[in-house]
Design a protein around this ligand. Structure first.
Ligand code: KIV
Length: 286
């Protein structure tokens, strides 16, 4: 689909897979970044990675429904084009199906999302089935699912070895059967992602899952090069925006300290009336 031609809807993504058109997804968490990127991508994901990159948590586990709704609302105020998907945070969907459906509904009703994403395979099938049935589009997420980081013992590549690969493919097929409209595959071998992608009619969106997925997603601050600390192997930095921000703020700070900013070009010119110059402080309310 030519970018920015029209609003992206769930059926467009299935058409894109059928036509072999790559799907471009990126995370965004606020109004300003959404304004900048909305017409350039097909899907904006308000990921629960906001726990790491916006809120400073070490994992995504502390992220709440209120956090997700707050950020999704801000994104939805700037979104004109891309499909808006909101992540379901840890413990908002793993319990009773009714509660999961209620929380998914809140992301659409209160957050303005078009769809939700949730992590996991077999344990979440009932919730995915119920949501899909009542009209809440669900994106699945398999492989390195960050909400299970403690079970995995760290952020490790998943799906290596026959048993793990078979389990991943089985879960992928089951999610499609339950009604998911797309599937994120995170940090799995490229050949496994290729095999899963070929087995599904719904699109796969890869992150650290090779080039054969139907689409790709990255965390926006990673691909912009905002931070220099740990960069996963699958992240390509398309900019060095963090360094540019530091240079701009450093120039501003130097000029303020040297009284070079604001100069005349950034100040309002008007002569001070003689009467004002003579006014005593108490007469102007000080
Ligand atoms: O939370 C997130 O940003 C995600 C993507 C990395 C897929 O789930």
């Amino acid at each position: 689909m030519p970018v920015a031609e029209k609003r992206v809807r769930v059926p467009h993504l299935l058409e894109m897979k059928a036509k072999g058109e790559p799907i471009c997804m990126l995370t965004a968490y606020n109004y300003t970044f959404t304004r900048l990127i909305d017409d350039l991508v097909d899907i904006i994901l308000v990921g629960d990675s906001l726990g790491n990159v916006e809120l400073g948590y070490e994992t995504t586990l502390p992220v709440t429904m209120e956090d997700m709704i707050h950020h999704t609302r801000a994104v939805s105020r700037a979104r004109r084009h891309a499909l808006l998907v909101a992540d379901m945070p840890f413990l908002s969907f793993q319990g009773e199906t009714a509660a999961a459906v209620e929380n998914a509904g809140r992301l659409l009703k209160e957050g303005g999302a078009d769809a939700v994403k949730l992590e996991g395979g077999e344990p979440v099938l009932e919730a995915v089935r119920r949501m899909s049935k009542i009209g809440i589009p669900v994106m699945g997420h398999l492989g390195l699912t960050p909400q299970s980081v403690h079970k995995f013992g760290g952020f490790k590549v998943q799906g290596r070895g026959e048993e793990a690969a078979v389990k991943l493919k089985t879960d992928a097929l089951a999610l499609e059967e339950a009604g998911a409209f797309a599937l994120v595959l995170e940090s799995i071998p490229a050949e496994l992602a290729k095999e899963i992608t070929a087995s599904l009619t719904i699109p796969t969106i890869g992150i650290g899952a090779g080039v054969h997925c139907d689409g790709q997603v990255l965390v926006i601050y990673d691909m912009l090069g905002m931070f220099d600390d740990y960069v996963p192997k699958f992240v390509k930095r398309y900019g060095a925006i963090g360094e540019q921000i530091r240079q701009a703020v450093s120039a501003y700070s130097s000029e303020v300290r040297a009284r070079q900013f604001p100069d005349d070009a950034h100040s309002y010119g008007a002569s001070v009336p003689a009467a004002l110059a003579k006014t005593k402080p108490e007469e102007v309310g000080h």
